[in-house]
Design a protein around this ligand. Structure first.
Ligand code: 4NP
Length: 151
């Protein structure tokens, strides 16, 4: 799961998908990263932590890191939150196989729409709840597809 800062959207996506995967006993590794290093080493934004807790998802222990080219080797799927993340991650792809791993996460809910998960960082509480609702829908679809085929 990849966003810009790795303190709002992508750690939440990581927490939501992990919670769904655990409920289904899926043997998958889930992680998140930011395209920037602005917040490396920091826990998620407090507003993300609090919003997630209201939905029984705990992301308080996660720590931000920057996306690296090695993530193309470590992971089968790379879900990005917005089109700018998409461009930044694809720019690091070494070949077509790397590039094919990168998907706009909301395309799993709204195929081919290339919709972005809005960045809630500079907005109010409602933005965080809106992000939760969008990511919960997307992760439900992703967890379902993992259950069928582990891909
Ligand atoms: P995120 O949100 O990409 O969802 O983690 C942001 C966090 C920090 C900044 C921008 C977006 N920032 O500019 O510091």
């Amino acid at each position: 799961m990849v966003c810009l800062g790795n303190i709002c959207r992508s750690p939440l996506a990581e927490g939501i998908l992990r919670s769904k995967a655990e409920k289904q006993n899926l043997p998958v590794e889930i992680d998140s990263a930011g395209t920037s290093n602005y917040h490396t080493g920091q826990h998620p934004d407090n507003r993300t932590i609090q919003n997630a807790l209201q939905h029984d998802v705990d992301v308080s222990k996660l720590k931000a890191r920057q996306f690296s080219v090695h993530d193309f080797d470590a992971f089968d799927h790379i879900f990005v939150m917005d089109s700018s993340n998409y461009n930044d991650v694809v720019a690091l792809a070494r070949n077509e196989k790397d590039k094919q791993k990168v998907e706009m996460i909301l395309n799993r809910v709204y195929p081919d729409s290339n919709m972005s998960v809005p960045d809630p960082y500079f907005g109010g509480e409602q933005g965080f709840e809106n992000v939760f609702i969008l990511l919960d829908k997307a992760c439900e679809v992703i967890a379902g597809s993992m259950g069928n085929t582990i891909n």
